[in-house]
Ligand binder design. Structure first.
Ligand SMILES: Cc1ncc(COP(=O)(O)O)c(C=O)c1O
Length: 416
């Protein structure tokens, strides 16, 4: 007679596993509440056997910021450091007259990742199923960001590239209406766009938001390139109309503060859309941490305070760097204007790129390869939605003079 063999393991159904995760989420929700209230005196639910103060020199610790607050969630999918989120909300509210709370801000490992998680959320990606309603992307923008959503996840992403060289590179109300007539699930707008650095006008954006509300379309705004506006143009200023449950905003410190390697970004959205450890945009972070390293959080807190001071006292902490950048831009512009085969320079509103069209018998990539062969990298703009045959290139002028000079000499060389 056979006896039942005891197994060395439990067999859990997927549903059981999910239930265990749900308990884990509840646990975290409860503990965050307690931490916010200051009720936790010691936590032994996670740990590491050395601490930064034991393994890093004083000099490095000073740079990192020595204090770690108890409400800085740093492991797993969480909304991120509470105080940093609060500062971001503060600054947003001061700029736009909104009333965001820290709970409407979640830290992300960069704007790109933030956008991907937002897209997954708006198409309702769950267990391999997702809405096949179109996602309308207003280009030009960085199309690499949509590769994984299309290629791996099967999202129905349709690009609307405003890259006809004789025309405006941002949509008008009528253009938006036409695009929204297709009833997309979401519309993605980079404000300003990349590579042109053109802002969509507040009028058109407000109209888009109003129309999308009527037809149940999400509006996703990527503001990551919002930096270094030309002197005639103001930085982004919306009104309280920007704060709507169907509007999701993505941003990061990568370009504006040259902190790309910190991988620190954020999403501003309604709490219900942001979710928690196992729901919504935050849940989709999965094993990737949104909360930045302590050094990045310390830097961000300081930067946000500088930004607030700038509005208060009208003193720009980046004044000197901007002055230098402006001179570099002027230098690059002048040199580009002197190259006869540079046919068109697209005036920017913001960002640190100059976009220009070249008279060249090939594609933008052919030209890029030609330049590369001679030791210079200039970005072909087809990856941003430009027609490769239009030979549009993107030149970032935030570089050392020596490098700018080398690149421009090289371009001149290739084109003569
Ligand atoms: C429009 C736009 N969004 C996001 C990113 C990437 O941002 P991050 O470095 O914060 O992931 C880029 C990078 O160039 C970009 O152009």
């Amino acid at each position: 007679m056979g006896t039942m063999k005891l197994r060395n393991y439990h067999r859990r159904t997927p549903e059981q596993v999910l239930r265990a995760v749900e308990v884990f989420r509840l646990y975290h929700d409860l503990l965050h509440e307690q931490v916010q209230k200051g009720n936790i005196k010691s936590s032994v639910d996670r740990g590491a056997f050395t601490r930064p103060q034991e393994v890093l020199s004083d000099e490095i610790l000073d740079l990192l910021g020595k204090d770690r607050r108890s409400n800085s969630y740093a492991y797993g999918p969480e909304k991120g450091d509470f105080d940093v989120r609060g500062k971001i909300a503060d600054l947003e509210n001061t700029k736009h007259g909104t009333s965001y709370t820290p709970d409407q801000v979640a830290m992300m490992p960069g704007a790109w990742a933030g956008l991907e998680f937002v897209l997954q959320e708006v198409v309702g990606l769950q267990r391999g199923k997702l809405s096949k309603r179109e996602i309308a992307v207003i280009g030009p923008t960085l199309y690499q960001m949509f590769h994984s959503p299309i290629h791996y996840l099967g999202m129905n992403i349709i690009a609307y590239d405003f890259t006809v060289l004789e025309k405006s590179s941002v949509p008008s109300k009528e253009d938006i209406d036409e695009i929204l007539d297709n009833n997309p699930k979401a519309i993605v707008i980079s404000n300003p766009n990349n590579p042109d650095g053109k802002y969509i006008s507040n009028n058109v954006l407000k109209h888009t938001i109003e129309r999308c509300e009527e037809q149940n379309t999400s509006v996703i705004i990527d503001e990551m390139q919002n930096c270094f506006p030309t002197t005639e143009i103001d930085e982004l200023r919306y009104g309280e109309w920007i704060q709507k449950p169907h509007v999701i905003r993505v941003d990061s410190a990568s370009k504006r503060y040259a902190l790309a390697e910190y991988r620190v970004g954020w999403v501003i959205a309604d709490e219900s859309v942001l979710g928690d450890r196992v729901h919504g945009i935050v849940g989709r972070m999965s094993g990737i941490m949104g909360n930045a390293p302590r050094a990045a959080n310390t830097a961000l807190m300081r930067i946000m305070q500088y930004e607030l001071d700038k509005i208060d006292r009208e003193y720009d902490f980046l004044k000197e760097s901007k002055k230098e950048l402006l001179q570099k831009e002027k230098y690059v512009l002048k040199r580009l204007e002197d190259i006869p085969r540079v046919k068109r320079i697209i005036a920017r509103d913001a960002c640190i790129n100059l976009t220009f069209q070249v008279d060249y018998p090939g594609t933008d990539l052919d030209l890029a390869i030609d330049l590369m062969d001679k030791g210079t990298l200039i970005m072909p703009a087809c990856g941003y939605g430009y027609d490769a045959k239009d030979v549009v290139m993107r030149f970032t002028f935030a570089e050392r003079y020596g490098k700018l000079e080398q690149a421009l000499d090289c371009l001149e060389n290739v084109l003569t």
